[in-house]
Design a protein around this ligand. Structure first.
Ligand code: GLN
Length: 479
């Protein structure tokens, strides 16, 4: 069998077609490899071998009958543990849901299955997707496969790590403030946050509903685009999912980029580490050589993004997390009265970061503060989105760093939540505006740590973003 750790979707399909391996053989080998490698990174929380085997049997049967196996036929994937998987434990990285087994699939998961993907298991993450380093998981941190003493980023740290480590070909994550792009950049893989509404949120355990996005991780731009194609589209079960048709990304992204206008937002080049900045500038040189016209633009409301995000996301989180009360499907602490039971359950089974956000969110929504904080933040959000609309009037896409620094050491930022929150300074704006954005590998620092280049485009113009990323990758990226 080919080197399983570096397979692409096209190679899986070719291997199946040429009968180099069957889907069942590939699945067994992928699971064996993933289970043995997992001790190094703790990237998987749960494996689902029975389900994977059954899906592989179905793919082999289709091949035997000469039928199409689907966009992702036979491809081993991992799913972030905030997406509901029928019959497979879904913990959200929390003790609160340690034993929760959903009765239904998230739409993105159902679509993966319908396109023939083989789900190997569930990927570790920060508790309820709150964090930037995966250190807030109740089940231990994930280690970055590129440098095991460092974080993989977060909150989708497990999903990024498995693709980087080669224990899945592709994976799904979720992004509320950067949780796909930042771990993708830290682990040296491609990560895509689609337009808000492009992928259904049905079955994605809610953190901040107006900001939550489901999206793919992959080792190549083409693979990421294929996964997005498989999971995108209108879904009756999510009223915010969009009717806009899904483009043919594979065709669109191959169009040349010569003559395209790329904006560099000047606010995103302040306060970042020098080496990270150098890599992004080298990336811009590659685009320039490909014939792109690069010009500086301004997103003037950027300095308010962190405050705006942490008011909106905590407000929404405090409401969404109210359902974990010990009465229904969560863990329950025993107590003499109902009120005591609520308090003890939430006190015992939520981690520190969740509690911090519930308290902050409850405060900003409370009587007398709602207008001063929440409403004000919503207005600022509109201004931030307006900055992007104005800039994307002048240029086709924007290019910026993903994070001001590469992967940091495990434990380094845990004592200072403000420092941790600053990791997302360049990513939260994309979520606030609801536009598509992605991270594509852009070389390594002298210490060998990956740097990610971020690309933004207009609402539902994922094709434009993929076109830039694909041309950049095909040109060899940055060494
Ligand atoms: N790191 C950010 C936070 O802690 C973003 C998380 C996310 O995108 N889910 O909220």
């Amino acid at each position: 069998m080919e080197n399983i750790a570096s397979l692409t979707i096209a190679q899986v399909k070719e291997g199946l077609r040429a009968k180099n391996f069957s889907a069942v053989e590939l699945t067994r080998e992928a699971l064996r490899f993933a289970e043995s490698e997992n001790a190094k990174t703790n990237a998987y929380l749960t494996f689902s071998p029975e389900l994977a085997e059954a899906a592989a049997v179905a793919v082999d049967a289709k091949i035997a009958r000469g039928e199409h196996t689907g966009l992702l036929g036979g491809v081993p994937v991992a799913v972030k543990d905030v997406l509901s998987t029928k019959g497979v434990r879904t913990t959200c990285g929390s003790r609160m849901l340690e034993k929760y087994v959903p009765a239904y699939d998230a739409t993105a998961v159902a679509k993966l299955k319908a396109s023939g993907a083989i789900i190997l298991g569930k990927a570790n993450c920060d508790e309820f997707a709150m964090g930037s380093s995966n250190e807030n998981s109740a089940f231990g941190p994930v280690r970055n496969p590129v440098a095991l003493d460092r974080v993989p980023g977060g909150s989708s740290g497990g999903s990024a790590a498995v693709v980087s480590q080669g224990t899945a070909v592709v994976s799904l994550g979720s992004d509320t403030g950067g949780s796909i792009r930042q771990p993708a950049s830290f682990c040296g893989v491609v990560g895509v946050t689609p337009t808000y509404g492009r992928v259904s949120r049905y079955g994605l355990v809610a953190f901040a509903s107006s900001l939550d996005h489901v999206g793919p991780f992959a080792r190549t731009v083409s693979d990421a685009a294929l996964v997005l194609e498989a999971i995108a589209g209108r879904d009756e079960l999510d009223a915010t999912s969009a009717f806009a048709p899904v483009d043919d990304y594979q065709t669109e992204m191959r169009k040349p980029v010569k003559g395209m206008k790329i904006g560099i937002p000047k606010e995103y080049f302040e306060g970042l580490e020098a080496e990270t900045g150098d890599k992004i500038h080298a990336g811009l040189d590659v685009l320039r050589k490909l014939g792109c016209e690069i010009k500086e633009v301004s997103l003037p409301h950027t300095p308010y993004a962190i405050s705006c995000y942490y008011i909106i996301c905590t407000a929404e989180a405090s409401s969404n997390l109210a359902r974990y009360d010990g009465v229904r499907y969560t863990a329950r602490a025993e107590a003499a009265t109902l009120t005591e039971m609520y308090a003890k359950t939430r006190g015992e089974f939520f981690g520190m970061e969740c509690k911090r956000r519930i308290m902050l969110g409850t405060y900003v929504l409370s009587h007398g503060y709602y207008d001063a904080y929440y409403l004000k933040a919503q207005k600022v959000r509109t201004l931030i989105a307006g900055d992007f609309s104005n800039a994307l009037h002048e240029v086709d896409a924007l290019v910026a760093p993903v994070s001001p620094f590469p992967a940091f050491k495990i434990g380094e930022k845990m004592a200072d939540p403000m420092q941790m929150y600053l990791s997302d300074i360049y990513t939260i704006t994309g979520d606030l505006a609801g536009i598509p954005c992605m991270s594509v590998p852009c070389g390594n620092t002298t210490q060998g740590l990956p740097v990610g280049m971020q690309i933004f485009s207009g609402h539902f113009r994922e094709s434009t973003m993929f076109r830039v990323a694909y041309a950049f990758e095909q040109a060899g990226g940055v060494a």
